[in-house]
Design a protein around this ligand. Structure first.
Ligand SMILES: [Zn+2]
Length: 228
């Protein structure tokens, strides 16, 4: 608690005064450009990674960067996605996994889930990824198995995301872009899933070509690309 209070004191004394106008402007509403879905892991800090200011990223975090498929059962993740897309009109959705993910390690070794039944139940939403990753035949305790599952989990959560009606409609109209990323904690790199290539490629901000997980829009009159 002491570190929290010290941090807040620093915010009040140094950060807020320098950006007071921005905070006053934001007090009356938000217009984030991106819904950023990532793991709850404390080492993943989206605002730091993208030098983002308050109001830019609508961040949704949970164990394993999971998106439950659309169903009769409504949970907080589905509701947040619906709100971000239908009400805030975000133009991008990123699903971002990361290296050394404890959730992915637990999926590979279910004995880790013995004392946390709610987590075990939540991670049922990674079953598709687990089944697909098993086809790669990596030894269960190998680094390759972990990175493979981490990648397949992002791909399968992107599949789940497209089952959300508001997401499907905006994709068909070409007004929403999807991205599936893996953040490398040790090296500060990002791998991005590219639908055309069918694999993850380095995200290189300066080369002008961003790997993209967005399906082609198909509604009459759809624009070829959503606004960036
Ligand atoms: Zn994680």
């Amino acid at each position: 608690m002491e570190s929290l209070l010290k941090g807040f004191a620093n915010f009040r004394q140094n950060v807020y005064p320098q950006q007071k106008e921005m905070f006053l402007r934001l007090a009356s509403g938000q217009s984030p450009h991106t819904l950023f879905i990532t793991c709850a892991d404390s080492r993943v800090m989206p605002e730091m990674m993208f030098s983002a200011q308050p109001g830019e990223l609508f961040v949704l975090r949970n164990i394993g960067n999971v998106v439950p498929p659309y169903s009769q059962h409504v949970g907080g993740v589905v509701a947040a996605i619906e709100y971000a897309v239908a009400e805030l009109n975000v133009r991008n959705i990123v699903i971002c996994g990361h290296t050394d993910c404890g959730a992915m390690k637990a999926v590979l070794d279910p004995s880790k889930l013995a004392g946390v039944p709610s987590v075990a139940s939540w991670l049922k939403h990674t079953d598709t990824a687990r089944h697909v990753a098993a086809h790669h035949d990596h030894p269960v305790d190998s680094p390759e198995a972990l990175s493979c599952l981490t990648e397949e989990n992002v791909v399968s959560q992107l599949d789940h995301l497209r089952t959300q009606p508001v997401v499907a409609a905006r994709l068909a109209a070409g007004t929403l872009r999807l991205h599936g990323w893996i953040y490398d904690i040790a090296h500060g790199d990002i791998l991005a899933f590219d639908t055309q290539a069918g694999k993850f490629l380095p995200l290189l901000p300066d080369n002008g070509q961003t790997p993209c997980a967005t399906p082609r829009p198909r509604l009459l009159g759809a624009v070829s690309e959503a606004a960036a």
